[in-house]
Design a protein. Structure first.
Length: 133
């Protein structure tokens, strides 16, 4: 009985530090230019094509990946390092070479995905609502 109690106490003492799902611990491993509240993607709320996308934050994505903090770096559930990329392309008036820039970004993403779990941070971080006339 004492051994069972000792085992239970060891598990309870170890469990809080076993994962990196706590925001404080996760944020200590984030690059300086990444915030937990940053939007990484939008998912439709329902099957309707006109549905408002549901924003997903860095914190939510890291929880989905079961991110762990080890030696100042983040790793997914499979031990693959997590890499953050700030996407480009939210131009009011795009530069002349915008298509080339987007193509280079896609090539770089493909290259990074071979080695890392890539979290793509949207360039559109503001309010997504459009003001109607």
């Amino acid at each position: 009985m004492q051994q069972l109690l000792a085992l239970a106490l060891m598990i309870m003492a170890w469990a809080p530090t076993a994962t990196c799902t706590k925001p404080v611990r996760i944020s200590s491993c984030l690059p300086k230019n990444v915030e937990l509240a940053a939007i990484v993607q939008g998912e439709p709320v329902n099957d309707s094509a006109k549905a408002e996308p549901k924003p997903v934050t860095v914190e939510q994505r890291l929880n989905e990946l079961k991110a762990r903090c080890k030696n100042g770096k983040l790793f997914d559930r499979n031990g693959k390092e997590i890499y953050f990329v700030h996407l480009i392309g939210c131009w009011g008036n795009p530069p002349e070479d915008y298509q080339e820039q987007l193509d280079r970004q896609q090539q770089e993403l493909r290259r990074l995905k071979e080695k890392y779990t890539v979290v793509e941070i949207s360039c559109a971080q503001g309010d997504r609502k459009v003001i109607a006339d």
